[in-house]
Design a protein around this ligand. Structure first.
Ligand SMILES: [Zn+2]
Length: 569
């Protein structure tokens, strides 16, 4: 009898704990000053992120737009299961939501909200990520849902602007009626819509002389002579007879595809895709480019978007070329931002000379291409040290950034940069916050060490003995993090691309052999993650190769798993 009673008590207890464990999320929301649709967007964002981490938990959130706040200023206050979020605008409430979500302590069964009070406003006005989406990379091949989700994720970290190329002319003929052209337009509209629904700004990048691939041969431009400026695609000479008329047609076709869905800014780009160094157009940086930026800004304002503002890029300008831009800027109030940057150190002129009136200076941090080839072919590429050094050169002098991004592999670098431009945060603190939220369950200090190790072995060299120690440490940290991270996040792409990178470094640098099943499996997983497995025949074009993980050549051997081996070391 006693035994039976104990048995029933035990059953009841386990039923109760089961009930407790599967207690669903208990969420409620109140909104003031936002539209019903905006309220639904916030509810969806919060519910999705919480349910991805914990099976249960209680949050009662009250949101309000508060006119006493600056537009992007926000505050979060918590008490028990309640949270009060205020901001000067809807995007400010999204930033506040991100702060709240990253502050929560997640466990598999339930989350808890620590008590805190936080208020801040961003130090830089333009926090933009540029999606380079014309190389069949992830941005190009992602579904609408994936793009929408990624824009949300960036907004939660404080990005207020998304940019992409307006029309990838390099891949197209001059015919807006073709399926290819329509497809390109649709992708841009998806990214724009995903940005606008969150209240973010949208930038279309365009070149004043970039032509489609069916450009008449006699109009092709004279190539750039500085190899750092590149000669991508087909650029038109605007000094040859018929050149200007041809380019007018291209610009009208391009902007005409977005009637009713214009960008907030057009960013005019000078080189790589763009440029002509013939006698009439050159020197392009100070002559043809500025002349035609003025012409096409006016055309866009007159015919398509009267209120549109412009960003003038001076990417890879030489020190002695900036003065002409600064002079030109005195007569061009339609420009709001001047963008400057180089492949390495930031140029000095823009930091030392006062800007034209009404202008603000933004940077172009190159977060994708540094270090190895294919730069998007090995998983996560954290570079906290490098980006801190570059930030130190510009902090206090600039009003924002437009990150150059070719995919998901540098997701962590975006977060490092957002910390710099939002609140001058140290890279390591951004890494800790990323770990707390995206890798919840792990020790954030382990993640900081892991990122340092991976940065130390970023540059590819064969069999460097110094890399073996860093790769072994990285693998040990990865195994530890993998065992601690919430089960619900263990297979998420953000962690898996770190884990795959550690496996690849281990095989390459510790075992000294890429021809292993572990290496092959990690590459295949990354190919799937980055959508390069949509092209079973291999890379589609040269630039596609830059973000495609590559399988090793030759016979593949089977060796013990790195996870087993490191236990013996
Ligand atoms: Zn020319």
């Amino acid at each position: 009898m006693k035994r039976t009673a104990f048995f029933f008590a035990a059953v009841l207890w386990s039923a109760a704990s089961l009930l407790l464990a599967s207690e669903p999320l208990n969420l409620s929301f109140e909104f003031s000053g936002v539209s019903p649709e905006q309220g639904e967007i916030v509810e969806q964002i919060v519910e999705q992120r919480l349910s991805e981490r914990s099976a249960g938990g209680e949050l009662h959130a009250s949101y309000a737009v508060d006119a006493s706040f600056d537009a992007e200023e926000y505050s979060v206050e918590t008490n028990g299961s309640t949270a009060t979020l205020r901001a000067g605008s809807f995007p400010g409430l999204i930033f506040a939501t991100g702060k709240l979500l990253r502050s929560i302590n997640y466990a598999p069964d339930s989350f808890t909200i620590p008590e805190f009070s936080f208020r801040e406003k961003p130090s830089a006005s333009f926090r933009c990520c540029y999606f380079a989406r014309h190389f069949h990379n992830w941005y190009h091949m992602a579904t609408d849902e994936e793009l929408e989700r990624y824009v949300e994720d960036l907004a939660l970290w404080g990005f207020n602007t998304i940019a992409t190329i307006q029309i990838p002319l390099v891949n197209l003929n001059l015919d807006p009626e073709t399926e290819e052209w329509r497809h390109a337009v649709k992708g841009v509209k998806t990214i724009r819509a995903a940005s606008k629904r969150l209240g973010l700004s949208f930038v279309a990048l365009d070149c004043v002389n970039q032509a489609p691939r069916d450009i008449p041969e006699e109009l092709i431009a004279t190539p750039n002579i500085d190899p750092k400026r590149g000669n991508n695609g087909w650029n038109a000479c605007l000094s040859k007879p018929g050149g200007l008329e041809y380019m007018d047609r291209v610009i009208r076709a391009s902007f005409g595809s977005f009637v009713g869905a214009q960008a907030d800014y057009t960013c005019w780009w000078p080189f790589d895709e763009g440029g002509c160094e013939c006698e009439g157009c050159g020197p392009w940086a100070v002559n043809g480019f500025l002349k035609h930026v003025a012409r096409y800004s006016k055309l866009v304002n007159d015919e398509f978007a009267p209120d549109q503002k412009f960003i003038v890029s001076t990417w890879t300008y030489h020190e002695d070329e900036f003065e002409a831009v600064w002079e030109w800027g005195k007569d061009h109030p339609e420009v709001k931002y001047v963008l400057a940057d180089a492949h390495g150190d930031f140029p000095k002129y823009p930091l030392e000379r006062p800007l034209p009136e009404g202008y603000a200076l933004v940077t172009f941090p190159e977060i994708s291409m540094q270090g190895r080839f294919p730069w998007g072919g090995y998983g996560a590429t954290p570079q906290p040290r490098r980006f801190t050094e570059l930030w130190e050169q510009v902090r206090g002098h600039v009003d924002g950034c437009m990150l150059y991004s070719e995919g998901l592999f540098e997701d962590i670098n975006k977060i490092i940069e957002s910390g710099f431009y939002f609140r001058d945060e140290k890279a390591e603190d951004s890494l800790r916050e990323y770990a707390q939220y995206e890798l919840a369950g792990c020790d954030p200090e382990d993640f900081v060490k892991l990122c340092r190790n991976l940065e130390a072995i970023l540059i590819l060299r064969e069999q460097n003995p110094e890399y073996a120690a860093a790769a072994l440490d990285a693998m040990k940290l990865a195994v530890k993090i993998d065992s601690e991270i919430l089960p619900s996040l263990r297979n998420a792409w953000r962690w898996r691309q770190f884990y795959c990178r550690c496996l690849l470094e281990y095989e390459r640098n510790v075992r000294g052999n890429e021809n292993t099943q572990t290496y092959v499996d990690a590459i295949l997983e990354l190919q799937h993650m980055y959508h390069s497995d949509l092209f079973p025949e291999g890379v589609v074009d040269e630039m596609h190769g830059c973000t495609t993980p590559v399988l090793p050549q030759g016979e593949i051997g089977v060796y013990p798993q790195p996870e087993e081996e490191i236990q013996e070391r």
